[in-house]
Design a protein around this ligand. Structure first.
Ligand SMILES: [Zn+2]
Length: 222
């Protein structure tokens, strides 16, 4: 089975669709003027939703995207997401652009127990080495067609694949590309990533893997 760990578009594959299977506020949505009190009200409303929420996110930090809240305000928002994920004992899906040292600082400080998915990972080798001290997973998507250097240094048991927010490549294209880069049979890669995916959602221990996949696939059509 090919699993799409992070998607913004609903497709026929088994996938985690942002906003359907997850709950959070993307840093790009933190437009100006940003007001913490207003955010707190919005957040209080948002977290009332519990049904079908398997992960918190996509949330995170971005030092490149323009006209959004300051990095301090972004951190304030991100901490709310970490708190909520810890409370629910579910994973967190993280957007990080030129902020891996900020993320490391936070992970060191909060001792978060749930897994974190660093989607479309774009950091360097040293940052990956440091990040691997925490329960993090790395997912890659369309950017593999430009460079696979990060994929090749990612521990295979911490790897996931994604379509993300683009429409040029399907999850099947991305699996094929990753299997070529890794020099690994597609079947073998699918089996490993399926195991990784289910380990990532380990905290859903009240339901079986099969029921979880079934639930994912039925919920997105509702
Ligand atoms: Zn995304």
């Amino acid at each position: 089975m090919q699993i799409d760990a992070h998607a913004h578009q609903i497709s026929t594959s088994t996938q985690i669709v942002v906003g359907v299977h997850t709950l959070g506020i993307h840093p790009w949505e933190l437009t100006l003027p940003f007001d913490r009190t207003e955010f707190d009200q919005k957040w209080a409303e948002l977290i009332k939703r519990t049904d079908g929420v398997y992960a918190i996110g996509e949330c995170g930090l971005d030092r490149v995207h323009e006209n959004i809240a300051t990095i301090e305000d972004q951190k304030y928002v991100l901490m709310k997401h970490f708190e909520e994920a810890a409370k629910r004992k579910i994973p967190l899906i993280l957007h990080s652009v030129r902020t891996y040292s900020d993320v490391l600082e936070i992970l060191k400080k909060i001792k978060f127990q749930q897994p974190v998915l660093l989607h479309a990972y774009g950091g360097n080798d040293h940052e990956m080495h440091e990040l691997l001290k925490y329960p993090v997973y790395f997912s890659y998507g369309a950017r593999l067609f430009n460079t696979d250097k990060r994929l090749l240094i990612t521990p295979i048991d911490k790897l996931l694949l994604e379509t993300g927010d683009q429409l040029d490549y399907t999850i099947a294209d991305i699996y094929k590309k990753a299997s070529e880069s890794l020099g690994m049979d597609l079947d073998k890669l699918e089996n490993i990533l399926e195991k990784n995916f289910l380990t990532f959602f380990d905290k859903l221990d009240d339901i079986s893997a099969a029921d979880f996949i079934h639930d994912l696939n039925t919920r997105k059509t509702n």
